[in-house]
Design a protein around this ligand. Sequence first.
Ligand SMILES: [Zn+2]
Length: 511
Amino acid sequence: MGATIIIKNGRCMTMENKNEKDWIAIEGEEIIALGNKDEYEAFVDRNTIVLDAKGNTVLPGFIDSHFHVIQTALDSVSLDLSGAKTYEELGEIIRDACKQYTKGYIRGIHISEEQFKEKRFPDRAILDKYCSDVPVVLNSMEYQVSMLNTYALLYFKIPFTAEGVELDEKQMPTGIFRKQANAILRKNILNGIPDSERREATTKVMADILMNGITTVNAMEGGFMYSDKDADFLHEYGNEFPIDIVLFYQTMDIEKIKAMNLKRVGGCFYIDGTFRARTAALSFEYADFPGTMGSLRMTQGELNDFVLKCYKNGLQLALYTIGDRAIELALKAHENAYYQTGITGLRHRLEHVELATKEQIIRAKKLGIVFSMRPSYETYWGGPDKMYAQRLGDNYTRTNPFKSIVNAGVTICGGSDSNVTEPRPLLGIHSAVNHPVEKHRVGIYEAIKMYTYNGAYAVFQEDRKGTLTPGKLADVVILDDDIMSVDHSKIKGIKVNATIKSGEILFSNLK
Ligand SMILES: [Zn+2]
C-alpha cells in the first residue's frame, strides 16, 4: 500500500510516552504508520512524495491556544510604531502615511509609554502637528489605550462622557482613551469592516502562520474590546481557511452560544486588566504606583452566576485572569459552581494566568482547570529589568511559574496572544525553557507539549491531534534543526522547514 507522503530521516518526536521514530507515513489526511530505519520503503509507490527531514526534529503541528485572528489580520495592514523613540519620529511615520492615504483612517499599533523620553502617550495636540486632515488612531501595545488626533475624535463620535476619556484642565478630551471609551472605539472600528476585508486579511495571516508551523488556532473573538461580527464571521466561514480555527466567543450570551451550537464560551473574557496598564488585579500594590492594586471587572456574585450557568449548560469556559486577585475570583466562582452542581470534566480554562500562587495552583488542579499561558511574555517582559519588574517590583520573580504548575499536575497549553505578541510557537517554547527566573524553567519536551498535546487536550481534540500517532490527523511540522540537541539559548532561532496540515503540504522550504 502506497502512502501519499513519507517523511524520512527525521527525529520524529511522537509526543506520546517520549517515543521517537525515524519516519512517518501519511495517507490522505491521516498518519498511517511510523517506524525506524528503512522500513518505510514498503509504503513507497510511484505516487508517494518522500520528504527528507535530514536528521532534524519532526513534531505534531503546533496549536496556538490563544489567538485574536481578526485583530492579527487587521494589524497586518497597520503601521507598527514600536520603533519610534521620540514624538518626532512617530510623527514622521504618520505624516508619510497621511501622504499615501486613500480611504478610511490611519491606524498605528504597538505603542508603549516607555518608548518615549516623555514617558507619556502622545495626545491629539501632538498628533495634529503631523496629521490633521485624516483620522489617525493609535493603539497601545496591548490595546488597552487608544490615541486619536482631533479629526479622529470627531470621526468616530465617541461620547466624551464615556468612562476613560482623558480630559485636560479645560475639560476637553486630550485624545487619549482608556477603559469603556477605548472599548467603544475599538468596537466601532471593527464593526465598520466588511467581511470581504476580514476574509482577505485572514487569508494572509493564515499563510504567514503556516510558516511558523501552526496548524490549529484557538480564536478569541467578539465581546468587550472586540466586535461580535468577527466571531460571527469565523463561525460562518472559519472552515474555509487551511488552518483549523476553534472559536472562543467572548460573550455572556449563553443562549446565543447554544443556538450557535458552540461547546465553549469566553476567551479574553476580562476579569481584570494588564500589568502594563496597572489594571491587572493584584493582592499587593504596584511597585511604580503605590496605592494602586489594579481592578476587577466583575463582582464575586456576578461571576459566580455566570460560571454556574456555564456548568449547568455543559459549556467549557475560558476566563481572562492575570493578577492573583483575579485568579482568586475565578477559582472561587469555579469552586462554588462545582460545589453546587458536582459537574467535572469540562476542562475550564484560565487565560494568561500570569501570577498564580502555589495555593491557587493546587486548587486549580483539584478543579481540573487548564492554564492557557503565554510563555513568550517572559521573553518580552520578564526578568529584573523589563516591564514585569517595573510594575511588580521584586514580585517579578513570581510571574509565569511554569515549573511549579507542571509539577502540580496542571495542564498548560501555550499560545501567543497574537496580535499582542508574535505568533511563533518556537519562541514560546524557547521562552518556557529559558524563563528569566531559573526555578520556573521547564524542559524542552514539556515546553513542546504545551504547543502540541496539551493544546489539543485544552479543546477536546486529543483523539485527533497533538501526537504523531497512526489514525490521527497528519498535522506535522519539520524543523530546520534538532531541537533536543541545540543550545537552549538558540531554540528561538530554529525555523520551520515544512508544515503539513491534514495530509497536505501547505508550506515547504525543504530542498
Ligand atoms: Zn487575548
